[in-house]
Write a protein that binds this ligand. Structure first.
Ligand code: X8Z
Ligand code: ZN
Length: 605
């Protein structure tokens, strides 16, 4: 189901066999474990997970497509049983700690131990309470209502923020309104943290943040250092971008609204969370003789429907040699927001059986959503590649960042040469169009990086107790200011719970994966572009139609989670290290331009 990894599969595992497993474990408690027992344990765990997966995925699918009190009830029940199962499997796997076993058995035991995202302790009441809280948080976000039952449509509010022509007052109102849905999550969130931490401790992790960081084939402490190392590589580019955007927004709105110094007010960056800034492009774009292609306008002019946008994305994958998605994908996916019911509109990709793939998305006919469609299909093609080749516990990505990177890697080829090839534009603009294109990309890809760090730095510190409940919001904005150089446009207090207004917080989806993905996708793109024989700049390279590039990509996808991610990366790029030099190469011409623009400005905040 949604963000697609082993962990979700464990969450989707049911109770009946769970009991059997724990009984077996208890019966064998006395004797020291043997290699044979470890192997049998793993085989049993895989069978258990597999036999329950479909039922649980379908329960979750129905709830996400029909958010009602009844489906919430069902999903809470299912979550409760799934967590029990995951905890039981993890505790059972722990029993084999220190035992020397073959590579696959060891790897699978480790996957079982760190499989859950929000574990409960071995206690029925607490497990039930946790499942109820998780389901409620998720539903609160999907419904988008304040405690006074004023309800908001995120898509509509987002349009106000995205439109450069709406006033800053209108933007502020939209920004504030969406944040009325989250204060009611606060108490539940705090309780969830308490219970999940207790669960994590029982599994042998200091807190839930440590659990999250220990899924990367390296010690948890090293992972945080690795993230900071890579952020250090790209930070100068981000600072230049922030500096230029702030100067341009200052020109547009005046000193009273945007100061020339200090952080930028968060409602003016074209996005509800100021996470991707592509919508302020018209205000900050380099003025060159050749304007950038307006893809949204082209899609509208050509009369693209939502479904056609998905077909075009699928065609990119098939052009690389991937088989088309099954017929059921088209019959069962959700592409358009229904008018008559609540759905969880946050886009997601699902694998319900090894031949049932779907996306669920409230598509808007914009360039932004055209890219998100590629993102989602990347999940589906990854899922199918490993579902057909790997055993249950390896049916996931090399790490969660890889899953998030595949569709985005494909979408890096959505440039003018590709758009001409598929008839969306008639002529490829000359090189003068490159800077605007790079600016458009940087507003989305570079602006995103510090945001993706903030979301998990905040949660890591909540889980380890450094951020107490009475400073949730203050600390959120402190991190937003420190890393992103943005600030809340109006006073926020501890009555608010602004992290909860971002899907992944109530949804408990770890966010570091997107940081990793934004770095990795440029590494992948660079390598694939070598294969297609690209000799020009990276932003002009499209891998569309190249079967050799597709085969290279597929080789990595088929590995699933069977090897450490460093090896998967090596298969693809020849190097086992995450490295921001590809993203820096890509944006090198923009960095030069930004330096020139910023030379008389006071950058930093
Ligand atoms: O949540 C998503 C995808 C589903 S995995 C739509 N993304 C993050 C977000 O929307 O915040 C993609 C980029 C970042
Ligand atoms: Zn995704």
């Amino acid at each position: 189901m949604t963000p697609n990894n082993n962990l979700k599969k464990l969450l989707l595992t049911s109770a009946s066999i769970c009991l059997l497993t724990s009984v077996q474990i208890q019966a064998k408690k006395e004797a020291p474990p043997t290699v044979k027992e470890a192997q049998a344990y793993v085989a049993n765990a895989e069978a258990t997970i597999e036999s329950n997966y479909e039922f649980q995925a379908k329960t979750a699918w129905v709830q996400a497509n029909f958010v009602t009190t009844d489906t919430n009830f069902l999903v809470a029940k299912m979550g409760e049983e799934a967590t029990k199962m995951g905890v039981s499997l993890a505790l059972g796997a722990k029993k084999f700690n220190g035992l020397e076993v073959d590579y696959d058995t060891r790897r699978k035991l480790e996957i079982l131990k760190a499989g859950l995202t929000i574990p409960a302790p071995e206690n029925d009441e607490l497990t039930a309470e946790l499942a109820q809280i998780s389901a409620n948080l998720d539903a609160m976000y999907a419904k988008g209502c304040s405690p006074k039952e004023e309800c908001y449509v995120l898509g509509d509010l987002s349009k106000i923020l995205a439109d450069p022509k709406t006033s800053h007052e209108e933007k502020l109102e939209a920004w504030i309104n969406w944040r009325k849905v989250s204060p009611q999550m606060r108490k539940s969130y705090q309780r969830m943290v308490e219970i999940a931490n207790e669960g994590s401790k029982e599994l042998g992790f200091k807190d839930t943040g440590v659990l999250w960081r220990s899924k990367y084939d390296m010690p948890a402490e090293d992972f945080a250092v690795e993230m900071d190392r890579v952020w250090g590589q790209v930070k100068p580019l981000y600072k230049s971008l922030q500096c230029h955007v702030r100067a341009k927004l200052n020109e547009k709105y005046g000193n009273k609204v945007v100061s020339k110094k200090g952080p930028i007010p968060a409602h003016l960056l074209g996005n509800m969370w100021s996470q991707a800034w592509g919508n302020v492009f018209p205000d900050v774009a380099p003025k060159t003789s050749t304007p950038a292609t307006d893809l949204t306008a082209r899609l509208l002019e050509k009369g693209y429907t939502e479904k056609q946008m998905v077909h075009t994305a699928e065609d990119f994958f098939t052009s690389l040699g991937f088989k088309p998605l099954p017929k059921t994908f088209w019959e069962r996916s959700l592409f358009v927001k229904p008018q008559d019911r609540d759905v969880q509109c946050h886009a997601s990709a699902w694998d319900l059986t090894p031949d049932d793939y779907r996306i669920k998305m409230c598509i808007q006919k914009t360039a932004e959503d055209f890219v998100v469609i590629h993102h989602e299909l990347g999940h589906n093609f990854y899922q199918r590649a490993y579902n057909l080749t790997q055993p249950m516990l390896y049916r996931g990505s090399a790490n969660d960042g890889f899953h998030e990177a595949i569709g985005d890697t494909i979408a890096l080829s959505i440039n003018d040469s590709y758009l001409k090839e598929i008839g969306l534009i008639d002529e490829v603009p000359d090189a003068a169009g490159d800077l605007p294109y790079l600016m458009q990309m940087a507003l989305d890809k570079i602006a995103f990086l510090p945001f993706s760090l903030v979301v998990d730095k905040w949660r890591w510190n909540v889980f380890n107790g450094e951020i107490a409940e009475n400073e949730y919001n203050k600390e959120w904005w402190k991190l937003r200011e420190e890393y992103q150089g943005i600030k809340a446009p109006v006073k926020r207090t501890e009555k608010h719970f602004d992290p909860g207004a971002k899907y992944h917080v109530p949804g408990n989806v770890p966010y570091s994966r997107y940081f990793l993905a934004h770095i990795l996708q440029f590494q992948f793109h660079k390598e694939l572009c070598k294969i297609v024989g690209n000799e020009g700049p990276l932003h002009r390279c499209s891998i569309y139609g190249n079967k050799e590039a597709g085969a290279k990509l597929n080789a990595m996808l088929e590995m699933g989670a069977s090897r450490p991610w460093q090896e998967a990366l090596e298969t693809m790029t020849g190097k086992s290290e995450m490295d921001a030099s590809a993203i820096l190469d890509y944006f090198a011409p923009l960095q030069v331009w930004l330096d020139e623009q910023n030379k008389d400005r006071n950058c930093g905040w």
